[in-house]
Ligand binder design. Sequence first.
Ligand code: ZN
Length: 186
Amino acid sequence: MRQAPRGRAQCPRRSAPESWARALGLAAVVVLAVGAACAPPRDDDLFGITLDVRSTQTWALDPDLRRRVHDLVEESCAHMGLDPSLLYGMTLRIEDGEIRCGDVAHARGCTWREQGIIAVSTLAWISIEPRVPCVEDTPIPHELLHVKIADEHHRDPRWDSAEYWVPLFERATRPDCSGDAPTLIW
Ligand SMILES: [Zn+2]
C-alpha cells in the first residue's frame, strides 16, 4: 500500500483452488480480502487526524502532502507499535517557525497529548541549515513516539538510538529528502 497506493501490483494472486465448489467459496473470500487489502486510501484518510498546514514551503503546499503524511504516519506507527486509531481526533500542525515546547523555547516539534496536538517545524535542527526539503524530514516520527510513550524528557534509550531509527528512516525517506541520517529529532 505504501509504495503503490493506487496500483494493483501488490495485490497477490491466489493459487487456483482444487474444485469448482471450493473455487466459488474461495473466490468470494478472495474478492473480499483483496478488496479490503488493496482499496486505495480515501483522499481524506489520515487516520482521523486533522492536518493543519501553516507553512509556505513548496512541499507543504503540494497536493501530494496528505498522501505522504499518511504514509509516514502509517510507517512510523508500524515501526513503533503505535495503534494509529489512537490518533483519531488529533491535529497535526506543520509550521515554519520555532515551537515553544515546555521548557524548550526553540523546539522543532512538540506533542501536547492531552490537547491532542502535534506540531512540527520545517526548520532544520541546526538553525544555519536550510529548511527541511520534505515532510519526511520533519520530526513527525519522533512526535509519534511521544504520543506512544510520552517521556517528555527523553529518558527512553530509543530517542537517540540510530539502531532504532535508521530502519524507519530508510523506509520513509523519499528522493526529494535530505538523505541525512536521523538524529535525536527524528
Ligand atoms: Zn521530543
